[in-house]
Design a protein around this ligand. Sequence first.
Ligand SMILES: NC(=O)c1ccc[n+]([C@@H]2O[C@H](COP(=O)([O-])OP(=O)(O)OC[C@H]3O[C@@H](n4cnc5c(N)ncnc54)[C@H](O)[C@@H]3O)[C@@H](O)[C@H]2O)c1
Length: 306
Amino acid sequence: MNGTLTKPYTNGTSVKPSTNEILVQPQQVLKADADGFLKHNVLDLFSLVGRTIVITGGGRGIGLALAFAVAEVGGNVAVVDVLSEPHPHFRELEKFNVKVKLYKSDVTNFEILKTTFENIVQDFGRIDGLVTAAGICPDEPFLNRKPESVARCMNVNVLGTYYAAQLAAAQMQLQDPIKDYAKRGSIVFIASIAAYVASKGQTTSDYCASKGAVLSLAKALGVELAMSGVRVNSISPGYMMTDMTLDLAQKNPHLGAIMTNEPPMRRMGDRTDLKGLIVYLLSDASAYTTSEDHLVTGGIHAGRLL
Ligand SMILES: NC(=O)c1ccc[n+]([C@@H]2O[C@H](COP(=O)([O-])OP(=O)(O)OC[C@H]3O[C@@H](n4cnc5c(N)ncnc54)[C@H](O)[C@@H]3O)[C@@H](O)[C@H]2O)c1
């Protein structure tokens, strides 16, 4: 193990493997163990003990709640955020007796982010998982949008996700898996219900487009990195209660009412609603799940009663 990110990453090589190298031969299939499920206890499958998970945008909001989920099942957490001062809850992560550290960085600047990832590897020794929760959501009519502002949204939401995934996957290629079953790593992007439907009461054209891109990126990378043992999935939350959305609802009560009434379940999501899913996706419990989006919306994606 070393702290550099210099090796090529796809499949340990930058050369495409031949079809013969990829295909599993029939005699190998017959050697496979059909009773493997007897050896894997479900509580062990969900454990993140000894693993290091990087969370971009984990200084507050959804990312911070996901940091709690990771720490609660024994994972170490490296948070990457532009904030100098995280939400006060961040300090409570220490009580889980795992390693936790905040790195002030910017996901839109590849060189700065690369140095941050190198520092994380130096401090933690490895990267087993990545969650990309850094994101922004401008709300302005399409015809008024200025190029710089649209570019900013794309830079944070799309390129920031792309860069972080590339840096994490590069490091994962250099490491031996913690357990054989774990393979090399798991990457989870936070997309949004906005990748599927426009948000009622909001004008968020570039945000919707950016989340569509994040969702497609997870699908493409899940396939490209599958043979190298890195899984890539996304989560698409609906309206989640965070400081940001509560602030929005306070400034615009009409929007607060929409966010509560739109979901068929008639409530906003609590960040608790994402904790089980993130542990599932980061852990060995989801070892055969990749390139998939997971909607957590209280039912909005399926339809609306009103
Ligand atoms: N809150 C919701 O209802 C909701 C719903 C669907 C999807 N999402 C997505 O979930 C993610 C988190 O949202 P949230 O509600 O927690 O928002 P938030 O604003 O509370 O948190 C976002 C975090 O990202 C950080 N960040 C922003 N730009 C950054 C950059 N350039 N580099 C590093 N960090 C940066 C911020 O400092 C902040 O800590 C976002 O991608 C958002 O689009 C949120």
